[in-house]
Structure formats: C-alpha cells, structure tokens
Design a protein around this ligand. Sequence first.
Ligand code: B3K
Ligand code: ZN
Length: 880
Amino acid sequence: PRAIHLRDYAPPAWLIDTVDLAFDLREGATLVTSRLGIRRNPARAGEGPQPLVLDGQDMELLTVAVDNRLLTSDDYAQGPESLTIPAPAGETATVEIVTRIKPEENTALEGLYKSSGNYCTQCEAEGFRKITYFQDRPDVMAKYTVRIEAERAKYPVLLSNGNLVDQGESADGRHWTRWDDPWPKPCYLFALVAGKLVHIEDHFTTRSGRDVTLRIYVEPGNEDKCGHAMESLKKSMKWDEDAYGLEYDLDIFNIVAVGDFNMGAMENKSLNVFNTKYILARPDTATDMDFLGIEAVVAHEYFHNWTGNRVTCRDWFQLSLKEGLTVFRDQQFSADMNSAPVKRIQDVQRLRQVQFAEDAGPTAHPVRPESYIEINNFYTPTVYEKGAEVLRMYHTLLGAAGYRKGIDLYFARHDGQAVTTDDFLAAMRDANPDVSVDWEQFRRWYAQAGTPVVEGEGRYDADAKTYTLTLRQTLAPTPGQPEKLPMLVPVAMGLVGQDGQDLPLRLAGEDAPAATERVLLLTEAEQSFTFTGVASKPVPSLFRGFSAPVKLRFAYTDGDLTFLMANDSDAFNRWEAGQTLAAKIILGLVADRAAGRDMVVPQGFVAALGKALDRAGEDTSFAALALSLPTESYLGQLMEVIDVDGIHAARDLVKAAIGRTHRNALLKAYRDNADTGPFSVSPEAIGKRSCKNACLAYLMAAGDEEGRRLCLEQFRTAAGMTDVITALMLIADSDMPEREDCLAAFADKWKGEALVMDKWFSIQAMASHPDTVKRVTALLSHPSFSIRNPNKVYALVGGFSSNPVCFHAADGSGYAFLADRVIELNALNPQVASRMVKAFARWRKYDGERQAAAKVELERIAHTPNLSRDVYEIVARSLE
Ligand code: B3K
Ligand code: ZN
C-alpha cells in the first residue's frame, strides 16, 4: 500500500459545480446515475487540457457519456480504483455515469449499505467513491439534487440532504422523492436513507425567525427513546447562536439512528446519521454517561454544520480543522449545560487515557499528520482530543473576546470554502493584532507529535520575599520526528499561600496591579519566572484547568499535594493533586511488591481521601471524581515497563484500605445520596448517583458485608440503568456467589434491547476474573452477539482488549483471542478491524514474555492474505 503525503497536495484539474444523482434501489442491484456539471479549475489555468480522473471502488461501470455523447470503453481508462476520462474540449462539460452497486453485500459499512433492512450511507472519509465515480476529495464542493426511488411498502421513508422538493408514485408499487440541497458541499457530506422508519418531530425558531422542522427517525418501537436527543438538539441550536453567533441555514434538520454504524455519528448536511447508541435513551435503559454522551454527540454533529460543512477541509490532513474545533465547541457546550469543572476533569481523563497513550506509541502522529496510508486510521484521539486542546489554547491565549473575534474572521473569510489549519491560525492571528504571541511557534502544536514534558522547580527566598519558578520543557522523539523544537506552552497558574489563599502575582519588573491567577508563556527550553513580594513560602498551582496538553513533573511532597487537594482555588487542580498523590502512592506499592517487600498503604493518603468524603455534600459529582483513583491503564503509562499484576494488586489494596478505613462515612454518604427523587439527568441528580456509586465501589472493594447487601439490593430494585449497571459491574468483578444469577437475570430481562445487551457484554469482557478469556470466547456464540455489528464488537472485543489484566494474561491467550477477531474482521469490516488492532500498539511497554506473545500475534496478522490498508498500516507501524 502506498502512502499519501501532505506535501503532494495539488488542487483538482476540474471543479464539479453540480451533481444530479438518481438512485434506483433494488435488491441485489442498485442503479446510480450521476450527472456532473464540471468546469476547468482556474487555479490550474495554463496547464493545458487535463483529463478528468475520478475515484471509484467496488462498482460495476455501465455507461459513461460526456456532453450527452456516449463513450465506448476504448475512450476511457478504468483502473482498479479509478476512471480516467480524456480531457473534454470546452471550459465546461456535462458528464453522465451509470454504475451498479450491491449495498446488501456491503459489510464494511462504508458507502451505501443496509442496516436492519434499511438503506443508509456513510461517506466520510472516502465512501462516496463506492457509490459512484467521483473526485472524492473535500476541496471539490458542489450543489446536489437527488432522486431516490424504491419499493413503497419496504421503504416508505426516502431521505437525502437539503429540502424535499417533489415526490410521487411510479409503477409496480414503487415511489420516489426528490431532494435539493442549496449549499455547496464536499461529497463526504452526501447522505441517503431509505427504510421503514418512524419519527418524532419538533421545531426550533432561529434568532432571525426561521422555523426549522426537526425530526429524529428510528426503527419502530424506539419512538419513546428519542426525547433526550431532541432536547439536546434544540439546546445545541440555541447555544450555537448565543455562544458563536451561528444560526441554522435550512428549514429542515433530520437525524436518523441506525444500529450498524462504524463510529458515533456523521454530520451529513441536514441529514445526520447516528449510531443508535447516541440517540436512544430511556431512564431504565441508559446510564447517566449515555445521556451525557447523547447530549455531547448530538451537539457535536449539529455544530459541524458550520465548523465542517459551511467551512470544510481542503484535504484530509486538515481533519483537525473541523474535528478539533468541533470537539472544543461540544466541550464548551457540555460545560455550559452541566458542571464545568467536572466536564473538564472528564475530558482530561480521556485525553490522558487515550491520547497520551497514542502519543507514547508507534502510531503517534501530529494533529495535522504529514502522511497516511488509510485516512480512516486518522480519526484519532490526537486529531480530535488533542486538536480540541489546541483550540482551547487559542482561547486561553486570546481570551474569550479575542477568540470570538478570530472565529468571526474565520467565517467572514472562508464561508463556503475548503481550507487549512494554517488558514484558521491566520484568522485567529489577524483578528488579534495586539496580542503578542509567536504564532509560528504556536503552529508547532499542529506539526510536532508527542506530549511535551514540563519539569518545574520552585525556589523561595525568604529574605528577598521572592519566589522563582523554573520551567523546563522537553519533547521526546516520535516516529519520523527525531528532533523537536520548543513549544509555546500557556501555563495558567497561581501561588497558594500558607493560609490557603491565592497570593497576588507580580513578576519582577512589573508594577501593574497584581492578579492572583495568570497565564505564563513558556516558549524556551528553559525559563525562569520570579515573583516578588511573596510574603511566605507558597505552593505553586500549575496548569490550572489543564491549560496545556503536557505532562507536569514537579517535586511536590505528599504534604504539598494534600494541601492543594484541600486549598487550591482551581477545582481542576484540587482534583489533580489527589490524582498525583494517588499515583505516587500506588506506584510506590507496585515497586514494593516488585522488590518482594510487603505492600503497606500509607494512612496519610487514606486520611486525605477521607477529607474529600467529608466534603462530599458540597459538590457530589466533584466528590465522586475526587474519590476515584487513577485507572490501571493510566498508571501503566507512568511506568517504564508496565507491571500488569503489580498495578492491579496495589490498586485493589488501596481501594480495600479506603473501604475499610472509611466504612462508616462511605455508608453514610451512600445513604445520603440514595434518593435522587423523580428521574432527572440534572447535574445534581447525576452527581448524587455518581457519589453514591463511588462509595459503593469502595465498600465492595473492601468485601464489606453491608456493602454487598446494598449492592445486591441496588441491582435488584433500582429503577435507573446507572444504578443497575454499576451494581452489576461491581458484582461481576467480585467473587460473590450471586454473580452468575445476576448476570443471567440481566440478560434475560434485556435480551430484546441491543444497546443494553452491549453493556452486558462489556461488563463481562472487562471483569478482572480468572475466567474472562474463556467467557469472552464463549460469548462470541451468544445469540445476541454478532461480529458484523460494530457496537457488539466494541462492547465484547473492545471491552476485552481494554481489560488491563485479562487481555495481558501472561500466557498470551488474550492476545491470541484478539488476533483471531482482527483477522475475522479484516475480511468483513476493515475500519472496525483496524480499531481493534490498535490495542496491540503499545506492546513494547510490557515485559519480555508478553512482548514475545504479542509479537507473534502481530506477525500472524501481518501475514494474513488480503490484509486491508486499514489493518496493514497499524500493524506495520506497530512492528517497525
Ligand atoms: N465526521 C465523523 C467521523 C467520520 C469517520 C470516518 N471514518 C463524525 C464526527 O466526527 O463528527
Ligand atoms: Zn466531528
């Protein structure tokens, strides 16, 4: 397979202004007629006549006509993935192409395919070329009209982008609709849906008075699970007007939820297609996390209407232009709708868990990659989550008002265009000429891969009353980038005085009135900042709100961290101090165990956590986060060689110690938060549930009898899925005799609900139980499991590969299981296979025995015949 490079970008020889598509949907043979209005690209004037080169895959080409003249197969050249039509004579031409496709056989779920008997499409990134021959690249933007014809009884609903302009009956019980999308768009935003669907409907009036009809289409029987998604959509539309001044631009906005979908959702113009996971929710079927996930993803896809659709990417290297920005926007939205500090902590947890891990392994790449073999492999935490951090840094550097000026200029300049991250940066810069930031240096956040490490050191001079903070930054080599330059790192910080109050911050030489929080700019490899008039020795609070995606190393004492946990005015850093302390303690125990010493949990740490518990009443959701320990996989990242069993044993021991020591306080907090009243997903109700369940987890970890009784009772009697599933997860992770009965009862109750069964699969896959590999293997033949359904694979296979202990079983059985699934999936659905194979990427972080076992499996995958580009790219990088 061949790599595509950013440096090779060239504008297309021809532009496509109009696309007129006709779909004749028939079982086994769908006919697609495409009429393209093309025009020579003025950007390439002077190059002489250029042929029209179109992309295409897995199709049967029937006819090609140019300006209504039918070509013979001698006139054009057909490659395995292309169609080349000789240069038309004029400046403009009309090209008509007829192809035949078989959506019924499409198991890759890219292009036009079927899900539960309904037709739907997924074109991003390069699925449109599986529907018809086209210049499948985002810088070709055209206006589309679409005619869809199908059998009325089976496919009563026929949808595409834009406005419904006509519909009618045709012969043989067939009917048709005609759609017109007035907004030029790249083909990856094309969508078609045909099926037996029902919908709920609502309305939104935009601030300029446009009445927008909102519909959510689902399979019959799911109408009662769409309410939260609809509310989320209306909130998003309002928020985008208020926060960004962006208004919806059509009279209709449709969402369709399908059960078979490779990722979360897709922002097709006015016809979003969603994974059911991000639409369907009822209190008894969905957890609080599901409700929040729906709110965030509905918002994310809606926000793409401007950041992605109206202004799109010039090429796929610019993916973060739309994804980083849109993730940042959905993070801001969720923060406004819920608790901002809690949202920030959760976002950083995710960034660390998945993006830092990516940065530290063989698939590390910059936010704007330089090359790829398969673009679908680059919908990564780096492009999305780190990309969002880059946006947050613009916001931090420019302030809310400056950021908004930059955004406004970006739209003023680029509405209707396909642009680059450099264009975005230029808009931010040009809108803020008074802000002194070295934007060329800032650009390195897009170009350099890896997570910077910032080492800090503080020196207090009691005589001079100064505090000098020295910061040093390093960025380790990543594949293809042996040498790095210093980054521009915004350090939001404060100095906490001995009384727990923030001290005024005045740098040497300044006489401006001193603030108690400010943003230092670290731009050199090493830099010192001296604060004056510091009355007593402070404890520095650095990277408040996680102001840059870096790893901080600062020699805090346990006392400093306990102090910050209690006193830092920044909620994020109060949480962070607890996490840093917990990691330090647990890793200390891991080292003791490895050296053959007894593991003894320090009482000071257990006591500090008790303080967080005492304050639980003040802010329950924050308390739940403050009470939780760093995950095993995050702890693993902090080790040179991951000690799988050591981390698990040490973390369990700490959990049990906390559960025993604070038994009474935990029971009290559990009971205090047990009643959340009538079901609601308000931050208060979610907070109470998460606090209560965090307490229950500690009691279970301690093997407490009363805790076990409460857990069983909660499993059996709770009305909401959050409580039921948490209890079941704790039971599944335990050795309680009721374990099997509970799992069986749950499956029996929910066998008809696919999304609920996904939870059941993933609980078993993630349980740290000696029988997990066996069990997961057996579950492959469970009637509710299907290897063709991505959600099922993510739940069972993905759940298992994120199991920090069982996947890494020393005998290699976990690795062999995953490799078998990857090989099976490679033939069916390369995107899903590739997502699964990524679990192997960090194999070099484990001990020699595990490395050897993983390498055998990676090589077995590498030698699989017909390996897809998707899987090949990840495996090849992992083995490099
Ligand atoms: N843009 C889509 C992702 C498409 C993934 C293609 N493999 C969803 C989103 O980010 O909103
Ligand atoms: Zn997106």
